[in-house]
Design a protein. Sequence first.
Length: 370
Amino acid sequence: MKVAILGAGGVGLGMAALICSKNINVCLWAPSPKGVQALLDGRPIVSTGVLEGEFPASVNFDIAKAIKDADIVILAVPGNGHRAVIDLLAPHVRAGQLIAISSQMSLSALYLSWQLSRHNTSCPISAWATTAITGRRPGSGEVHISSVRKHIVASTVQPEEYEGAARLLTGIFGDIFEHAPDLMAVTLANVNPPVHLAVSLCNLTRMEYGEEWGSYHGISGAVGRLIEALDGERLTLAARFGYSVHTVQDHLHESFGLPMGSVAEMVAEQDIRRNGLPPGPATLNHRYVTEDVPFGIVPLVKIGSIADVAMPLHEAGLALISALYGCHFSAENDILSNLAIDNLSGEELLTLCRKGYGRETPKAPFEECR
């Protein structure tokens, strides 16, 4: 078996190390030598944290060559890079390959299905609600893996393809995948955007001044209550579509084995266990905002509007963080604007999330909605 991983940041390198540790051939695709020069020089990935060791992996800057012989292709770039990488990837996908998105942001699996339809091809697309690992890249070819997920909510664009996709992925990652019925359920299962919005809003000056602080320590009782209130809006939106998704507390319990309690109590326990790690953002240019707001919060607000579900805290948070950054994060989402779902009803959007775009419907979504 061969796996191609698109992206060589902390998540991409971490997954490469994890998969290589199982004696599976891995090829990394990166848009530039940044962060992978050591691998180009013939050195292995050096992994620390929960996975210690050195693991060989090849690198290719040509995406067509990187995925050519791959059985599984895993998209492991931040949400703000999904469209660009999908546009590069789609012309070279062959039928029978499995594409996994770790993790899906802003219905990007739906966008991939449309791009594949334009090239008159199709393949199973697995969308995950979170990444397989958490990690950071301290140096070229180096990764520090903080955790390996024990639970991932996942679905496929075509429901009938889930069993085969899960069988392949379980062979690599173990029995960690929980079957979600469709892409909407996967989207609404992602707890990170609201959590990161609350943490960023309430610790923004720490980020702006580059202070050293622990992200768990930054979740005080008050911040924890804001997270729970935001989570309540997400749960209400999920219920509108008939889903019962995990709460933030469920996520913390399953990810870290923490006893159930309030969000503040649970993260305080995790802060003690991990001696304050991970560090909080020390810059405004951090994925908590630059990725999770336009590609996590904006879709939730959009879906809420379509489904006629009030999301006042998400809307207020989006407005506040946009004002603080002096930009319009809604305009930075380059996936939803191409799907053009504004004119759909909640039921029509849900149907699209359960079917995707087939080869028989190659028109651009925005053309279909006019």
